[in-house]
Design a protein around this ligand. Sequence first.
Ligand code: C5P
Length: 299
Amino acid sequence: MPGTASLPGFAVTEQAPAKINLALAVIGQREDGYHLLDSLVTFTAFGDRIGLSPAAQDRLTLSGRFGDALAADADNLVTRTRDRLRGALAASGRASPPVHIHLEKNLPIASGIGGGSADAAATLRGLLTLWQTDVPKAALDAMAISLGADVPMCLASRPLIARGVGEDITPVPMPSLPMVLANPLVGVSTPAVFKALASKHNPPLVLDRAPADWPEAIGRLRNDLEPPARALCPDIAAISESLAVTSATLVRMSGSGATCFALYPSDAAADRAATALAIRHPSWFFTATRTLGADDGTH
Ligand code: C5P
C-alpha cells in the first residue's frame, strides 16, 4: 500500500487521502444546478501523494498505478490549482516561484472517492508550505470550492459532515475504522448520476454525532446516489455482492460511485477480505486500509 512516507527527492510531500462518503443525502438543488447535500464523510490512509520541489520552470510529472490515465497538461486539476493559487498570491504582490509537482496517482479515476479533489487540496497545502506563505482562511476556502465541490472537505481530511454543496463542514468525533475499498475500474460520470436521480428533495441524514457504535450508526444511513449509479453501472451491484459475502459489517457505495467500501471488525479481517477478493476478481481494484480518525493528524 502506498505509504504515508515522503516522496524521495522532493522538498515537500503531501498526502492526498481518498474521500469516502459513508452516507450521502441529496436534499435539494440550487438554481445553478448544483445539489444540496448532507453527507457523512471520512478519509482513508490510502490515497495519492504529491511531491513538490523548487524548479527552473514549472512542470508536472505523474506516476502510480493510475498515472497513465491522466494527462499532465493545463487541464489537470493540480495545474489548475497551482495557477489559481499563484494568481491569488500575485494579486497581493507575493512571489510564487516555478515548481516541479509530482503526482503519485494511486486512486482510480472518476470513482467517487474524490481523487482529483484530494490532489487539489494537497497541492494547495504543499504549495503554501513550499512558498512559505499563507492566504486568509476565507480566501483559501473560496479558492477550494471554486476548484471543486469536494476540495474544501479534502482540505480538512478528517471525519466530518458536509452540507451545502460541500463547503459547509462540521467535524465529527469518529474513530479510525478498518475498511476495504473496491472499484470495478469503470469510470462513472458524476453529472450523469445526479441527472438520473429520481428525487432531488430527500430527507436529511438522521445521525447522532457521537454514537457508541459507529458502524451500526452508519449502517442505518444511506447514499441517495447509489440507486441511480447502480442503474447506470451494473458493475456496482456485482462489486457490492462480492463485498457482502465477506465478513463485512457494512457495504455501501461512496459518492457517485463506482467505488464501494466495506467496514470490518478488525484490520486482519479487512486484509483477509481484500486478499481473497483480489484473487477471485483479478480485473477489479481492491485495497484494505483504515479511515483516518478524528484524532489522527495527517498533515
Ligand atoms: O464540483 P465538481 O466539479 O467536483 O462537481 C462535478 C459535478 O458533480 C458537477 O458538475 C455537478 O454536475 C455535480 N455536483 C452536483 N452537486 C454537488 C457536487 C457536484 O450536482 N454538490
